[in-house]
Design a protein around this ligand. Structure first.
Ligand SMILES: NC(=O)c1ccc[n+]([C@@H]2O[C@H](COP(=O)([O-])OP(=O)(O)OC[C@H]3O[C@@H](n4cnc5c(N)ncnc54)[C@H](O)[C@@H]3O)[C@@H](O)[C@H]2O)c1
Length: 474
């Protein structure tokens, strides 16, 4: 296990001052925040080391870890990361107060992050990153001594759930409960070396699964673990272990993992925040930008055809129909929710939405995506829009993974967020946002961005921003 902790006794994380200074731009006195609800309590400071446990040290994970180390050494900048580069406006436009988000809310500093993880292959992070071929050898070689120290712990894995992979670096146990207990032991050992822990799934996409009886309560799930119920996939075992230990959990894949009653219950019970699933990177990112634009202007849509070529290990896994189905379900949802065909049948009823992912090894991680969108305007006249996105999957996903880790750690330290379970304000990063039963998810990227920033303002006791702006015309 790769740990690089401060050692010694765990520092006590105490409630501290989150109010701020002129530098941060945060209100110095929360009680001065008028007209809006203020935070119920203070956000604890990010003291000491943040341990990040990554499940699956493949392309995304190694690109995140190597990237964080490159940034720490001043070799690169954190492009794509809202927590590192984003600002947040406070007060009126005329106040000219837009501090960096990381100066406004108490986020862990990149220098305080310690990584560890699990994988079904024994490769250390350097070897795995070299295999993924996302980052150039020049940069990887500079980081090699550090990356080589991060060696995966044996994973919880079963080929039944990811048919295209066959790893040997796996845990053995008499049943799934035993495997969960082993993951809990890994977490506890890591906790000894750091101050706080967050877990993120960057593992492969599992086969399509639906909630079963075993997922309906903690008691049912624990009985299911003991009986090694087939409805419990490895990703659920990691999530169970994390949430049981009070560790926030993010899911970068479309797997059925924390979107289950048992996990929501555990999340609330143990103050271990969870959020939706599946990093919103390439095509879906574009969809959740363009679809709101068409809808805002009341332009109709007849069809949306999306295809991809992708040659990395993720592409190979998704080439298998049952894993593809999990991904397809996650990708399909966004348009339906954004267009609200039940409210606008004339514009959006019966949209033909088709998604294809084609495994094409020569491309590696450098995915190419094509979208053809058939839209119609004034008097029903048809038009077309074509998008050709030549993106790099893991370059887009790595900053999202980092931000999710940092924000989940923040949520754990925020009295108003830590015990509510689902952190809907993190939907911004995810293809499948999670909401309580009966509440439809927000997919529109701009609503998601506003929700995220208002949540930060809210927990820090700053005024929310509605963009009404009438005060400028008094
Ligand atoms: N890159 C993107 O833009 C993007 C976007 C959305 C979602 N995702 C999802 O993120 C995940 C990671 O993507 P990637 O490109 O890094 O894939 P990858 O195949 O390079 O890495 C996945 C890693 O997980 C490991 N793994 C599989 N099952 C495991 C288990 N049970 N325990 C521990 N390790 C396990 C594999 O051995 C592999 O090293 C995939 O599920 C992918 O669908 C990626």
């Amino acid at each position: 296990m790769a740990t690089k902790g401060k050692g010694g006794k765990k520092a006590q994380v105490r409630a501290g001052k989150a109010s701020a200074s002129k530098k941060t731009g945060a209100p110095a006195d929360r009680s001065s925040s008028v007209g809006w609800k203020t935070a119920a309590g203070k956000v604890e400071p990010a003291k000491g080391k943040l341990g990040v446990m990554v499940v699956g040290l493949g392309a995304v994970a190694t690109t995140m870890i190597a990237g964080v180390e490159a940034i720490r050494r001043g070799l690169a900048s954190p492009v794509g990361s809202l927590t590192q580069m984003g600002t947040i406006r406070l007060g009126k436009r005329t106040d000219n107060k837009s501090p960096l988000i990381k100066d406004f809310v108490p986020l862990a500093d990149l220098n305080d992050i310690v990584f560890t993880g699990w994988d079904i292959f024994e490769d250390n992070v350097y070897e795995s990153a070299a295999h993924a071929e996302v980052l150039k050898p020049e940069i990887l070689n500079q980081l090699k001594p550090y990356l080589e120290t991060i060696k995966p712990m044996p994973a919880v894995f079963d080929r039944y759930y990811v048919k295209r992979l066959n790893g040997t670096h796996v845990k053995k146990g008499k049943n799934k409960l035993d495997l969960a207990q082993q993951v809990i032991e890994d977490i506890r050992a890591f906790k000894e070396t750091v101050d706080r822990v967050v877990m993120i799934w960057c593992g492969s996409t599992e086969i399509f699964m639906e909630p079963a009886a075993v997922h309906q309560s903690i008691a049912a799930f624990e009985r299911g673990l003991e009986k090694s119920d087939i409805a419990i996939a490895p990703s659920q075992i990691y999530a169970y272990a994390a949430l049981k230990e009070g560790v926030p959990f993010a899911n970068g894949a479309p797997n059925l993992t924390v979107d289950l009653p048992v996990m929501i219950e555990l999340s609330k019970q143990n103050a271990a925040p969870i959020c939706g699933k599946d990093f919103k990177t390439g095509q879906t990112f574009m969809k959740t930008v363009l679809a709101p634009a068409f809808k805002a202007r009341m332009l109709g849509v007849k069809g949306w055809f999306s295809t991809n070529i992708l040659g990395n290990r993720d592409g190979e896994v998704l080439d298998e129909p049952q894993s593809f189905r999990t991904k397809e379900e996650s990708k399909l949802g966004s348009l339906e929710y954004i267009f609200q065909p039940e409210i606008y049948p004339e514009l959006y009823k019966d949209i033909y939405h088709k998604i294809r992912i084609n495994y094409y090894p020569p491309r590696g991680d450098e995915k190419e995506a094509w979208d053809n969108i058939d839209i119609f305007g004034w008097l029903g006249y048809p038009m077309q829009l074509k998008i050709n996105f030549l993106c790099r999957d893991s370059i887009l996903a790595a900053p999202i993974a980092l931000d999710l880790v940092l924000f989940l750690d923040l949520a754990k330290r925020a009295p108003e967020l830590r015990s509510i379970g689902i952190q809907e304000w993190l939907s911004f990063y995810l293809k499948s946002p999670q909401t309580p039963p009966g509440l439809y998810p927000e997919h529109d990227l701009f609503i998601q961005s506003m929700k995220l920033k208002n949540t930060l303002r809210h927990i820090m006791g700053a005024d929310l921003i509605t963009h009404l702006g009438l005060e400028y015309y008094d």
